[in-house]
Every structure is written in C-alpha cells, then in structure tokens.
Write a protein that binds this ligand. Structure first.
Ligand code: DHB
Length: 512
C-alpha cells in the first residue's frame, strides 16, 4: 500500500479491497449492432462492444442503481473505428430526482429513470424496435419524455464514434426495510461522482479518453449534470464517496451538457414567481399573489447578490432588467431562429396566429409581457419547489432518515401547513443545499476543477422552473471565463432536445 498521506482521496481504509473490486474487465463485453438514424434521416450501422451493468462502488448501498453500462463503437458503416481515445459521453437518465437504473439494460440507451413510478423497480427496458431513431423531433413537437432527449444523444454519440457510458444513480423515493430513505440528497450526485471516479480509475482499461468525459442529462438529470460539471474534485463530497467505496480517482469532468436543468433549488421558488408569477394555472386559477410577491422580493435580493453581467455585453443584471435581458439575449434570437427555419407560408401562418411578434428584417421582436401571455398556463402552484404542504418532489429530495419530505427554505418552513412544530429548516439542510447546487461551486466557492465547456438548452415554454435558472448559470460561467453555448428552443416544452446533432458536433469541437 503506498498511500500518500497528503492526498485526501488516496486513503480508503473503509474498503481495502476496493481497488480489486473496481477493476474494469476489458474483455467482458458482448458484441451488438445498432442502426442509428442521424438528424438528416440517414441510417448508420454501428457495431459496438457492450458491457452490461457494472457496479461502480466497492460498498454499494443498492447496486441496482449504483451501476453503469458501457458502449464502445468498433465499426461504423463497415469501417473499423478505434474507441480507445474517443471522447466519453457520460449520459445519465435521471428524471424527477427519482432513482435511475441500468441494471437490466441490454443495449446502449438502456438507462431509465423510474419517472412517475414507485421508484423501487429498475426500468432498463431496451427499446422495442431494432432501428432507433435519433433524429430531432419537429421544432414544435414538444418532447416531454426525458429519456427521449438523452437517448438521442447516446445513439448519435455512438454513431459518431464516441464511447457512451450510462450511469444509474439512487433517487429520492428509495426506502429500505427500516423505512429509511437512502436515495435523497446528496445520493444522486455522490453516485454520479463515484461513476466518474470508477471510469477515471480504469484509465487504459476502459474504452475512451477519460480526460474527455462529457456529461449529459435532462431536467433533474440536467441539474445533476451541471452539478457534476461545477463540482469536480470538490472535497465536500469526500466523506460520502468514502462511505460507498468510490474509486480513488478524480471526479472532475471535461465538459457539461445540461437540458432544462432544474437546479438552484433554494432560490427556485423566487425565480419561478419572478418569471411566471402573473401567469394563471392550467385550471385558470391565479396563484396566491401575496406569496408570489413575497417570493419575488426574495428573488430580487438574490439576483442582486449574484452580481452577474449578462452575455453579449449586456452589463450588470438585476431583477428589474432581467426581463429585457431574457428577451434580447435569448427569446428573440430563439424565435428568430425558429421563424427563419420555416417556409414563407408557414412563417406567415405562425405570425398571423402570434401577432405579438414583429417580424422585420429577418428578426423577431416582442415584449416580455406578451411572451408570458404567449406561454400561457404555468405548470406549478406557488411555492413551486418548497411546497407549504411538503407535496413537491423536491421536498422528498430533501427528506432524510424515515422522514419522506422536508422544507429546505426558510420561507417554506415558516409557512408550513402540515403541522410541524418547528418553523425552521433542519440543521443539516444548508450543507445539503450546497452539495446539490452548482451555483455553490461557482459563486460561493469558485471551483477551478469545474468543467470549462458548457452546453445548456431550455425550451421557452418550459415552466417546470424559471427560465432564469439556466440563464444565471450560463452568465456566471461566462463571467468566470468558461466557454458557454446556451440557447433556448422556441415554443419547446420540458425535456426537449431539438439539436442533438449539434451537441455531438460540439463535443468533437471542444474535445478535439
Ligand atoms: C423534473 C421536473 C420538475 O418539474 C422538477 O421539479 C424536478 C425534476 C424532471 O423532469 O426531472
């Protein structure tokens, strides 16, 4: 044993045999063939080596979730390819902060989150058809399936010659026989980091360039992807990683892809009201305006505290000019791209139905209030994330022990409607919030081991969170000097990924 005492990650006394248990076997694959339809509609035949579920920690709490699958292309359209030094797409399929398992996966894209389910059952069902289409949906064909967005990425990556690694992770609904929740925060991010450490510790054995890991995920999976990118090698996770017997290696990743990241949870109620506060629910009901206004006031303070400068030379951002910034930097360019891509007659039809848009000189312009009216019903009541009755998924994400759901904001706790005796958040909540928030690693700390390349996407009709969450993340990264590629998809809803081919090209560009 040659442990370096000055390296906090090298001593792993909890599991002396972890180094043996976590050795990737290069020969333990099966050879599979997949037909991948690219974004132009052309089919490609990919022969690849597939490693079914491998447990990535030495002391798993639940190996059903703490496992990953590996797919490495060896032949594309009859031409031999060598994946040994290819970029690695680390694609999680986490949705809703729920458990995600690849335990039963039999092919690439085999991951799945137990969205809407009880959470205990792994859902690694292979896709039913032999030919899996990875082409983008129509610009207005809102894809709400989180898995759809990510599986496009996986299939296109494979057909581009990249290695695809798909990790499972524990999620918020998992409960043991003692009634204890063992997948709530920070379990999912700890597991993803352990997966990265497994990959990196197997450099030279596992296919792909472990120094070129590109993470991808959508929604809660996008939040965790951005957190993975922001928090690389942060010591604040060490005790959790040690406990599960994570490999002794770095967990920093090279680049990060995040679609509709549902993140910055402790500020999400305020930003949600700043964005959607005036929009009614789908029932036509208006949300409690006292609550909405109180949360908006909190957001204004938070936004000012971030001291962000907008992209495109916009200058300092605050809650008063953020609407103008969102319109100029993101929404008008998004509509412009969308409309420019339509045929003349389709554009005319769209503009006739959406008269709030001025189309002039090949550019769309409109106001923020008109845009909000255009989006229409908000998805969530107020507060959107720390619900007074503890009914939000995020309340469960911050559950602990035998407690299913907890408040994680002072305002939520103060206004608790479930009869709790304490009107304050539990003492461990502040640390958990830091562990779950990429902004902690970018604002409070400035983590130099973060990824420096970022691909961020969000639909303009996605009211699962505020449109400013992704914009603030992007602004902070930009202000730190990182390479940020962030656009909004016009009229697209939650979970949409309409430019997966561009993402795959971007990976080649940034890793090349
Ligand atoms: C997801 C959606 C939400 O509205 C949310 O609050 C958390 C996660 C999701 O689709 O992953």
């Amino acid at each position: 044993l040659s442990a370096n005492a000055s390296d906090s990650k090298s001593a792993s006394s909890a599991s002396a045999s972890s180094s043996d248990a976590l050795v990737f076997d290069p020969d333990a694959y099966t050879k599979l063939t997949k037909t991948v339809t690219d974004t132009d509609g052309d089919d490609h035949t990919v022969v690849y080596h597939f490693w079914k579920a491998i447990t990535y920690v030495a002391s798993p709490v639940d190996a059903t979730y703490q496992s990953l699958i590996v797919s490495a292309p060896v032949e594309i359209d009859g031409e031999t390819v060598d994946p040994a030094n290819a970029p690695i797409l680390l694609a999680n399929s986490i949705g809703g902060y729920l458990p995600a398992s690849v335990a039963d996966a039999t092919e690439v894209g085999g991951g799945g989150s137990a969205m809407g389910g009880g959470g205990a059952a792994p859902s690694g069902a292979p896709s039913s058809s032999a030919s899996a289409s990875a082409s983008a949906p129509g610009a207005n064909g809102n894809t709400n399936a989180t898995g759809g967005a990510t599986s496009s990425n996986q299939l296109l990556a494979l057909a581009a010659g990249y290695v695809v690694i798909e990790p499972g992770a524990r999620g918020r609904t998992l409960k043991n026989s003692g009634g204890e929740y063992y997948g709530t925060a920070p379990a999912a991010i700890v597991d993803l980091k352990a997966a990265v450490r497994y990959v990196k510790s197997n450099k030279g054995r596992i296919p792909g360039n472990v120094e070129r890991i590109v993470s991808a995920g959508t929604s809660a999976g996008g939040a965790l992807s951005s957190l993975l990118g922001a928090s690389g090698d942060s010591p604040v996770y060490d005790k959790y990683l040690k406990k599960i017997g994570a490999a002794d290696a770095s967990d920093a990743i090279f680049a990060t892809g995040a679609w509709c990241p549902i993140t910055d949870l402790e500020h999400a109620d305020g930003s949600y009201e700043w964005n959607w506060g005036g929009n009614d629910l789908s029932t036509g009901k208006q949300v409690d305006q006292t609550v909405s206004k109180a949360l908006q006031a909190q957001f204004a303070e938070y936004q000012a505290s971030l001291k962000l400068r907008g992209l495109g030379g916009f200058g300092p951002l605050n809650a008063r000019n953020l609407d103008e910034y969102m319109v100029e930097q993101y929404l008008e360019p998004s509509a412009t791209t969308y409309l420019a891509g339509l045929s003349d007659s389709a554009r005319e039809t769209y503009l006739a139905a959406n008269t709030f848009i001025t189309w002039s000189g090949g550019r769309a312009t409109f106001t923020w209030p008109d845009f909000l009216t255009h989006v229409g019903a908000r998805k969530k009541d107020t507060p959107a994330f720390d619900a007074f009755d503890l009914s939000a998924g995020e309340n469960n994400e911050f559950g602990a022990g035998t407690t299913l759901a907890r408040h994680f904001t002072a305002y939520g706790a103060k206004n608790d409607s479930t009869g709790l005796s304490s009107k304050r958040v539990a003492s461990d909540i502040p640390e958990l919030l830091n562990l779950m928030n990429p902004m902690y690693h970018l604002v409070e700390k400035v983590n130099s081991k973060r990824s420096k390349h970022w691909w961020i996407r969000l639909g303009t009709k996605d009211s699962d969170t505020s449109l400013t969450v992704a914009a603030n993340l992007a602004a902070r990264l930009d202000n730190l000097g990182d390479d940020v590629n962030h656009i909004y998809y016009w009229d697209e809803g939650h979970g949409s990924n309409i430019d997966p081919g561009d993402f795959i090209e971007w990976i080649a560009q940034v890793t090349g």
